[in-house]
Design a protein around this ligand. Sequence first.
Ligand code: ZN
Length: 271
Amino acid sequence: MRILFLMVVISIIIILLLNSFETRVDCPAKNPFPGFVITFDDAFIDEWFNSVDFFNDNNITPTFFISGFSYLDSTKKNKIKRLSDLGFEIGVHSLNHLDYFDYIKEHSVDNFYTDEIYPEIVSMEKYGINPRYFSFPYGFNDSELDTLSLKKFSLLRDITEYQRHFYTRLFTDLDRNDEIFFTPCTGRVIKALGVDKNFNLKINDIKECFVRAKKNNEIIVFYAHKPVNHAKNDYEIEYKYMSELFTLAKEMGIRACKLSDLDSISLKYSR
Ligand SMILES: [Zn+2]
């Protein structure tokens, strides 16, 4: 009983903290247009490569954040190089996809950079790929890792806290979760919204976010993992869902952007 009481109290504190994120200072500058970006994480190289026509047909240029690039065979590395040559954007997602907070219990933040991030940059550069963006495994980071990573990368893709707790949505509407709406004042660490099937976001939820994005010229960054026809496991996204999302964006005048568009906006306004 006492444990239950404690859990309720802790939950209320967390909810209050999350709600406090909602109020942010208005940004004096505005993005030139409302938009969205889609990014993919991990190492679903074949699935991404097989989706090239799908993305091209929809005029979408995702960023692929790759984990374990150094371990891939040359066939997969060639596919990534080809994606890069086709204009898709390639980012780093670390060598071993470790839990950063576990890692720094026994190692330094510098070690994380030199052992988990830097070798991936070197391997990619050897392959003629110049990664400019990084996404944190599990979205785990702190200001020290941000600062270190920003010495090399232009933008860092984080994930929103909003989807970490199942109960957040009971208390805050998705479209009031300021951290997923990029403005020129956001800076270089960008919180993305998960759109794999297990996040259970209906197209109508996305529509509500697009309504706000359109009103304020904000840009939403989505993240997903493995494109599939029928999702059977967590961290999969169905083509049908992506098609609906892309069509909705087009109908509402929400521009399909690249991460480099956000980089340009951020460069112009906040650096
Ligand atoms: Zn990942």
